[in-house]
Design a protein around this ligand. Structure first.
Ligand SMILES: [Zn+2]
Length: 377
């Protein structure tokens, strides 16, 4: 039948670009424009850049992140964080982030950053948060002027290897309803289990606040188990190694272990970042990325960018790769997008309004255009 045929077609890049998208896992220091890094370095006298021409620097970031060397991968962030030390720089980077996401068709985003990494030039933690918030509001305004609609919430990240998690959690709580929607911990998983920061998570739970934890990216099931059952994470940053608790037999039948079953039963959101996983070796290829199986098994899977600059990616690119690899349709894309919106940290009524007033009508419009186009042939 023509209707279902047309709806089951893989969308083209232009349709993917126009489709409303929701992003839950994106790092502010991983999403700068290369040209902005160059300009901020020049203005601030930052001398450490490996390239001072924007296009070459852009390539350098991707190659360093692709190299398989952890040292080079981490070096990329030393440069972006290095030029994000003043109020003006933070406002600019946050504004451009919101602007770029909106131009890519993202309608709601939660963007994370670690305030403790932006204190080198004398800013306080509060000034960092306020500068980023100001930038996000400015970016939302510019997006509106350009005819795009986006809402950006901030997630405050604490670094796993540091000892400031409780302080950052308190900061997230103080700026709740003032642009900050939740908390996260990030950094090397091995050797730094999330339970090291139990006081921060227990504090946030007592405050009825929300948090996600980077878990199950490089490190496996114990990290996911701790994040959920000891720390009480609302969402899993990556969580892709949950695949290690799922057995697929030769006949295609699937058996979930206790932890995987818990994650699916409790509808724990997985902030999956396919391109990022390919770069860090957490998945060998798009085709072999666990997102295919997790989607089929109806886990609460979401699609995310992680570090747009280092991975040379966008939300549209992530969906285009997945559509090409798994023949995902607009219906699949809507499913991931609604999953993400349901899993956001803003209040339930606001999530529902986004789903009913922005996301569903957006996809319905794209699908009806498609039908119209087909019937004219
Ligand atoms: Zn991340």
């Amino acid at each position: 039948m023509m209707v279902s045929d047309s709806l089951s077609t893989v969308p083209n890049p232009e349709q993917i670009h126009r489709a409303p998208k929701v992003l839950l896992h994106d790092h502010l220091d991983g999403g700068l424009r290369a040209a902005t890094v160059v300009e901020l370095a020049r203005e601030s006298g930052y001398a450490g850049l490996p390239e001072t021409e924007a296009d070459r620097l852009d390539t350098w970031f991707r190659e360093a992140a692709d190299s398989g060397s952890l040292e080079r991968y981490l070096e990329t962030f030393s440069h972006t964080v290095g030029v994000m030390q003043t109020r003006e720089a933070l406002v600019r980077v946050a504004a451009e982030c919101a602007e770029d996401l909106a131009a890519d068709g993202v309608v709601y985003a939660e963007v994370r950053f670690a305030p403790e990494q932006h204190l080198e030039a004398g800013l306080t933690l509060e000034q960092v948060v306020e500068a980023v918030n100001e930038g996000f509001r400015e970016g939302e305004r510019r997006a509106r002027e350009a005819g795009n609609r986006i809402r950006v919430g901030a997630l405050l990240t604490a670094m796993r290897h540091a000892a400031r998690a409780l302080e950052i959690a308190e900061l997230a709580n103080r700026y709740r309803d003032l642009g900050v929607v939740g908390f996260d911990i990030a950094g090397a998983e091995a050797g730094y289990p999330p339970t090291r920061h139990l006081d921060a998570f227990e504090y946030l739970k007592r405050e009825n606040n929300h948090f996600t934890i980077h878990a199950g990216e490089a490190f496996g099931l114990p990290s996911i188990w701790q994040a959920l059952q000891w720390c009480g994470a609302d969402r899993l940053g990556h969580g892709v190694r949950i695949i290690d608790d799922i057995q697929v037999a030769d006949d295609g039948s699937v058996k979930l272990g206790r932890l995987a079953a818990y994650v699916r039963d409790k509808r724990i959101p997985l902030e999956l970042c396919p391109s990022s996983n390919l770069q860090t070796g957490a998945a060998p290829s798009y085709a072999e990325h666990p997102i295919g199986l997790l989607r089929r098994l109806h886990f609460r899977a979401t699609v995310n960018t992680d570090n747009r600059l280092m991975s040379g990616t966008t939300m549209s690119n992530e969906f285009a790769q997945l559509a090409r690899t798994f023949s995902y349709t607009l219906d699949d894309m809507q499913w991931f997008t609604v999953n993400a919106m349901k899993s956001a940290f803003i209040p339930f009524d606001e999530r529902l309004a986004m789903i009913n007033e922005v996301i569903k009508p957006g996809y319905a419009a794209l699908k009806s255009e498609w039908l119209f186009r087909d019937t004219t042939h």
